[in-house]
Design a protein around this ligand. Structure first.
Ligand code: PMP
Length: 355
């Protein structure tokens, strides 16, 4: 077996670490920016009835087209645009790397940032160009523009807001980056339900800008639906690399059902935003904890000893994410996902007790 692995599995894959998913059994799960609220029981019942009617013997077809139309309405997609679906936006990120894989192509993204941008580049054999944020997690305008000039990236990713720093970057700097970029610019709005701003009204100004979103943070992380919109001609080209049946009939039915009940999810997002404010105020009163503003459903904090606090919180039944090894700018940082009021109270107690 070792010989097969050594001779047949790519060297760079052998030296990679798999995307780590933490074991959350028995813990309050505040590590992955999930919506902590489930569907109300009456809707669960209705959804079950809907799913029972789905023809599992057929490949996905018409309902996926209906989902694309429903998402276009949900996102207020501009005229002349089209939308493609991914099995989560993770898949869209991989497909983009595949579609842009010409010799010498590079993907550029600010760091600390979402790990899949770099991973998609590595797996597809593209160069990854990281550009550090400033110490207060803003875009380093000069460094970004210089790297774009030097590397002429095929794709620039800008998460709006960013993960794990949770902030929105300066729009004027983003505009300069868009103007300087010779390839595609992807504005990743995974956290849009919690954000005070969106790029949707500006996306039509630039033919090379794509807007990426997901239903994961909306409340359907388990369903795996990501979508990306942009000028029709461009999206049609990228869509050619998508596996034909990447969205299952069950996933599309769940997503359609959720969009029919959008106010339920909008109310959950509003509750999460309110809870975020409460956590931030409570963090402000905790000595030794520094926290940053958030436009997402997560809050980045710096503590005196992240490993100790992470372990202490886990021992007290609360799972968060220790991001302190991800990047030097994140030294001693933990990322806290906003949960229900009760979960957040438990989280704050555990944090306080584990400092
Ligand atoms: N973009 C960003 C910025 C993210 O943080 C995440 C997930 N945490 C994703 C995309 C991927 O989301 P999904 O695959 O669940 O749609």
């Amino acid at each position: 077996m070792d010989r097969i692995i050594a001779s047949r599995i790519r060297q760079d894959v052998q030296s990679m670490h798999a995307y780590a998913i933490q074991d959350s059994r028995g813990l309050i799960k505040l590590d992955a920016m999930e919506n902590p609220h489930r569907l109300p029981p009456a809707l669960r019942q209705k959804l079950g009835e809907r799913l029972a009617e789905v023809a599992l013997n057929r490949y996905p077809g018409d309902r996926v087209h209906e989902l694309r139309a429903a998402l276009a309405r949900h996102a207020a997609m501009p005229e002349g645009f089209d939308l493609m679906l991914g099995n989560g936006s993770d898949e869209l990120i991989s497909l983009l790397a595949m579609a842009c894989d010409v010799p010498g192509a590079a993907i550029l993204a600010p760091l600390p940032g979402f790990v899949m941008y770099a991973m998609s580049a590595q797996l597809q054999g593209l160069k990854f160009i990281p550009v550090d944020l400033t110490p207060d997690f803003e875009l380093d305008e000069a460094a970004m523009l210089a790297a774009i000039e030097r590397h002429q990236p095929a794709i620039v990713y800008l998460a709006y807001p960013n993960n794990p720093t949770a902030n929105l970057w300066d729009d004027a700097v983003i505009e300069k980056i868009i103007e300087a970029a010779p390839g595609l610019v992807v504005i990743d709005e995974a956290y849009q339900p919690f954000s005070s701003r969106s790029y949707i009204d500006r996306v039509a100004r630039h033919p090379h800008v794509l807007l990426m979103r997901t239903l994961s943070k909306f409340g359907l992380a388990g369903v795996r639906i990501g979508y990306m919109l942009g000028r029709k001609a461009l999206v049609r080209e990228i869509d050619k690399v998508r596996p034909p049946y990447n969205i299952s009939v069950l996933n599309s039915e769940c997503a359609l059902f959720a969009l029919e009940h959008e106010p339920v999810f909008a109310a959950q997002a509003a509750q999460i935003r309110e809870e975020r404010g409460r956590i931030q105020r409570a963090l402000g009163a905790l000595p030794g904890v520094r926290s940053w503003p958030s436009d997402a459903n997560m809050i980045l904090v710096r503590v005196p000893d992240a490993a100790r606090t992470f372990d202490g919180m886990k021992a007290r039944g609360v799972l968060v994410k220790n991001v302190s090894k991800m990047h030097p700018l994140l030294a001693n940082c933990l990322r806290l996902t906003v949960g229900t009021a009760e979960e957040n109270a438990r989280m704050l107690e555990a944090l306080h007790a584990s400092l």
